[in-house]
Design a protein around this ligand. Sequence first.
Ligand SMILES: [Zn+2]
Length: 289
Amino acid sequence: MMSPGFTGSPLDRADRVRNDAEAYDALLGDWRARILGLDGLDPVVAADGGLMWHSVAELSGSEELILLGLSDGKPHFVALAEAEGDVFRSPAIWRALSMLPAEDAAIYGTARSLIEWHNGHRFCGKCGHLTTLFRAGWGRKCGNCGKEHFPRTDPVVIMLAEYEGKALVGRQSRFPPGNYSALAGFLEPGESIEEAVRREIHEEAGVFCGAVRYVTSQPWPFGGAQLMIACIVEALGDAITLDTDELEDAKWISKEDARAALENADSRTFNAPPSFAIAHSLLKHWATT
Ligand SMILES: [Zn+2]
């Protein structure tokens, strides 16, 4: 079974207590309750290599909390937070994510997605009035028109086009030197997964594609909550016409090239995406099956 990044959270999401004020207060008053430690929106790695947690006693009382879930009955919360600048691009977060155990990265991903959603939904999309957090942090409610808003996940397709045993990878100019990844893009309204896969490959690399095969999915918590849907698609030819606004380069790689990159071998012809990115899981799946 594949285990893409940001999956495998051990927490019981405890939907049943989100609307139950009494049960929620009992969790908040539980001496075992833990609050996720964050640096802005970045994860903080504790001495044991996992996420840093604090006790409720360390709260000032003014925090707005989200109930992330329960583990052995022990409640886990995160407080809403703001970040300065483009924190995802910081080398610190990249390092932290490479170090965290998969379960902790999944908890962090959930927290980060929810915090970013709250930060972007302070005002009602229907009437423009202020909204307030409700349902233990799994929603916001408008103080004026009463409309309830719930966290959303945006679907993104990420795919390898395959032609005669080779796969298409590309790089954006903002990638570190030598890094290549699977092509990706947001699904648009009115599109199926298959249509989005074929459209994105054609837009970015000029390659026409046919049959699409679903491989796996993973949440991606940066810049809003996204669901990355990984696919392999049959290319109908190998001529590349780059959209240079999207990609700096694209090329066809062999399974041997992919394996060398994933193993970080000296013979590698490109650098693979980090292990917590679904492009890594997708390349590995393609190269080893
Ligand atoms: Zn409203």
